[in-house]
Write a protein that binds this ligand. Structure first.
Ligand code: ADP
Ligand code: ZN
Ligand code: ZN
Length: 813
């Protein structure tokens, strides 16, 4: 029901401001306003996109501003989503309007961006010396016409200062105007033609025209493009037919098809006893909120469980969200669901264009799609009758968004299920410590699939101590004799092998042979990596690159030693060792081009690849029946990260890659090479013993007070000036402690760590510091940060140093 005239409505504005605002629906708006629509509203001296949340009952204020315009002709999110948006804004301490903006498909937000022009006064200043040279440089850029601050920054480079622009604007030398930008995604229409009933004699028509008419009579209507493909020069003939009144043109709404090949429908297999039990347990909770952890070894048939439970939910008239990590998505999860559920599936992920995403979003809104499969943002899919949420590979760190709204899609899935009174299934072979901790604490119910389907055994893992290869020369240092022999055997059997290394590039640690200094990024505190095929040294954090022939920046020597390992070097070694094998590499470098990843996976499925070398991209969820050998080239890389989750992530990664082996009829083998064979992550991954790993790791978290035993909030501080950023961080830390000391309750319940320089102390030119807040209760942390924001507003509004609040941080470096 649209709002009546003069109704007061609550609006969240897509801007970095907290809280919501009240507006009035004016009489002369010309279009109805309803909950879930976007409106244009006055905000300060600008206009902004607002999201209509609901009615505001009573207000004493007289100066309520009117809505200026309506941007949608129907709601673009259901009112049922609003509690989730509010919860996320509250919990992640993020502006509600920006939460909604994050949830909606890209390209929908209309925003007002200021542009700058030269005034007459400014023109005069160009001639005289009343202005500084920096000011004149800026004024000169504007001689050609209006520019945004962003374009000015691009043109002036490091000479650009916001202060200069501000002072010129304040003195009337530069004028600030605004224009509306954005709102890219457009509905797509397909031109079509249809036959008009009439009594014109088709006998008098040319052969081609008669042919077209017959085709249209048979099919009723056709797309113009399809017709052009079947009849030569169809466009000209159509013009004649339209003029003669025999054919009519019209446009039909189309959805851009994000899918590739057609997929054959599948038959559901008979479930194993364990699968049956899992499906029954979830089914029994159909109309209530319950959180299940589906703890099933790799290849145990978790996806089949998801599909059965999803089918039951659809039967009960309720829709389903399936979250998957970005990479696994375009492989089997989507394929399998499409094979079973056909058109009822919609897909949401970053591989789609803005237009495609918008179309998929609309299909869900209109009820045409009943299952949404997608990466983390699909947790916001606009269903109003949700009956189930599945989070596959729930341990995957890609569920946490870094940047903007720092949310965890897994955690939001649980919250959304609670609001919808429906079950949520978190599935993994290597559950996150967090989720398993919740099982132990009785919050989640555990469902187990302890065996692979069809009596397939788990792969046998053999550990090779890389220290014994240290003194060898050439590839023998990282392709051990045992790995080489096993690769030989695998190729001789006609099977496929996977070689995994957690780092791309050729040499990850180039050092000067003359003075020993490492080649570092100019903007980050990071070693550059040599990329041989691209002939550059590249920074993996900011993309900065130097030519492969670059000299040492400290002493100028041209002799650089290429130490350190990367997937490129492994690929080169394998090519030399197995010249007859067909070898491919899968990492971020080889999959940048659109479609490249899909064709690699296709090559693997169709057996056009014998050995695939890759990064963690190969570890995720893939199901290839003919891979019988997995070689883990060096298991230690992620162990050395200065992060309390390093052991957990290593265990998960190793167990997952190992799980890619032996998923078909041949049993699998895994060779795990490591410099630290005695580390418990490696020992427990070798034994594929999650329980054992959990017991060991949770003890360590308990002892040191890390999540999941405690909750954390990270305050990230970053600025371009090293000294200023350090001082800022130190003062901010002191303010945190003062606030804590002022409240005796807080001294007990909160621990403040830092400020400390981040492990990656500089990224892309920004110096980075962090303050960690720990407490047993998330509510305490939230209240503390709210107090901090109220008491030290300067810290959150500084132009030079940015503070980001990250609740439940995942990335601590
Ligand atoms: P997981 O997600 O647990 O790693 P998958 O769902 O990928 O496991 O299942 C592994 C393979 O077993 C798939 O090829 C799947 O089609 C097959 N499968 C699953 N359940 C059954 C079943 N009950 N009977 C026969 N095959 C099954
Ligand atoms: Zn040098
Ligand atoms: Zn860099």
């Amino acid at each position: 029901m649209p709002f009546a005239c003069d109704a007061m409505i609550e609006v969240a504005v897509a801007m970095p401001v907290n809280g919501t605002f009240t507006y009035r629906v004016p009489e002369d708006l010309g279009a109805p306003v309803d909950i879930g629509m976007r409106v244009l509203v006055p905000f300060g001296r600008r206009r902004a996109t607002g999201y209509v949340l609901g009615p505001v009952s009573a207000t004493e204020r007289q100066d309520i501003k009117p809505v200026l315009g309506v941007l949608d002709n129907r709601p673009i999110f259901p009112s049922q989503s609003i509690p989730l948006f509010r919860w996320a804004a509250d919990y992640y301490l993020h502006p509600l309007g920006e939460v909604i903006q994050t949830a909606l498909p890209g390209g929908l937000t209309v925003s007002e961006s200021p542009v700058f022009t030269l005034s007459d006064e400014g023109r005069r200043c160009l001639q005289d010396t009343s202005s500084t040279s920096a000011e004149r440089a800026l004024l000169r850029e504007l001689v050609g016409g209006r520019l945004s601050a962003e374009s000015l920054r691009t043109r002036l480079g490091s000479d650009f200062r916001v202060e200069t622009l501000d002072s010129l604007t304040a003195h009337g030398r530069v004028l600030r105007e605004t224009r509306l930008a954005g709102g890219r995604a457009k509905t797509l229409y397909e031109p079509r033609v249809r036959h008009l009933p009439g009594d014109v004699d088709p006998a008098g028509l040319s052969g081609k025209k008669a042919l077209i008419l017959r085709m249209l009579e048979d099919s009723g209507d056709m797309g113009v493009r399809e017709l052009a493909g079947r009849v030569p020069r169809a466009a000209a003939h159509l013009r004649g037919l339209v003029q003669a009144g025999l054919v009519e043109r019209y446009a039909r709404r189309v959805f851009r098809d994000p899918f590739g090949d057609p997929i054959a429908p599948d038959e559901a297999p008979a479930l194993t006893v364990e699968q049956q039990a899992a499906v029954a347990a979830v089914g029994a909770a159909r109309d209530e909120f319950r959180c299940f952890l589906l703890n099933g070894v790799t290849g145990s048939g978790k996806t089949e469980v998801y599909m059965r439970v999803a089918a039951e939910s659809l039967c009960a008239g309720r829709s389903v969200i399936v979250l998957v990590p970005e990479i696994a998505l375009i492989t089997q999860t989507e394929r399998r669901f499409r094979a079973r559920f056909g058109d009822r599936v919609a897909v949401l992920h970053s591989g789609l264009s803005a237009g495609e995403r918008y179309d998929q979003w609309c299909r869900i809104l209109q009820g045409d799609a009943r299952i949404a499969i997608g990466a983390r943002s699909a947790v916001f899919a606009p269903f109003s009758d949700l009956g189930l949420i599945v989070v596959d590979e729930e341990h995957d760190s890609s569920y946490k968004q870094e940047g903007g709204l720092h949310y965890s899609a897994r955690d939001l899935a649980v919250v959304r299920a609670r609001y919808c009174s429906c079950p949520v299934i978190l599935g993994s072979a290597t559950p996150s410590l967090q989720s398993y901790y919740n099982v132990r604490g009785g919050k989640y119910a555990e469902l187990r699939l302890p065996r692979r389907v069809r009596q397939r055994p788990l792969p046998v893992i053999r550990v090779v101590d890389l220290r014994t290869c240290r003194d060898l020369r050439g590839p023998g240092r990282f392709i051990s004799a045992e790995l080489k022999t096993t690769l030989d055997e695998t190729l001789a059997q006609g099977d496929q092998a996977l070689l995994f290394l957690n780092r791309r590039g050729f040499a990850s640690f180039p050092v000067c042979a003359a003075c020993g200094s490492p080649l570092r990024c100019r903007h980050c505190d990071i070693s550059l990596t040599l990329h041989q095929s691209a002939q550059v040294y590249r920074c993996h954090y900011c993309g900065f690159s130097r030519p492969a022939g670059a000299h040492c920046e400290s002493c100028g020597s041209g002799k650089i030693k290429r130490l350190g390992l990367g997937t490129e070097k492994v690929e080169e070694a394998v090519r030399a060792l197995f010249p007859q094998a067909r070898i491919a590499r899968m990492d971020r470098d080889t999959t940048e081009r659109k479609g490249a990843l899909v064709s690699l996976l296709k090559g693997l499925r169709e057996r056009a690849i014998d050995i695939l070398v890759g990064t963690q991209m190969v570890a995720k969820g893939h199901d290839f029946p003919d891979i019988t050998l997995v070689g883990i080239v060096c298991a230690d890389l992620s162990l050395s990260f200065p992060d309390f989750r390093a052991a957990e992530q290593t265990f998960q990664l190793l167990a997952q890659v190992a799980g890619r082996a032996g998923r078909g009829d041949h049993p699998g083998r895994v060779i795990l090479q490591t410099y630290t064979p005695d580390h418990f992550s490696i020992q427990t991954a070798r034994a594929q013993d999650y329980e054992q790993f959990y017991r060991h790791e949770i003890e360590f978290r308990q002892a040191l007070g890390y999540p999941p035993v405690t909750r954390m909030v990270q305050l990230r501080v970053a600025g371009r000036d090293p000294q200023r950023t350090r001082t800022f961080a130190e003062e901010f830390g002191a303010e945190c402690r003062a606030l804590q000391a002022a409240d005796p309750g807080l001294a007990e319940s909160i621990r403040i760590m830092g400020p400390a320089e981040a492990a990656l102390s500089r990224i892309a030119g920004y110096y980075r510091w962090q303050i960690l807040l720990k407490s047993p209760r998330s509510g305490t942390l939230r209240r503390f940060v709210l107090r901090l924001r109220a008491d030290c507003p300067r810290r959150f509004a500084s132009r030079h140093v940015r503070v980001v609040i990250d609740v439940d941080p995942q990335f601590l470096m």
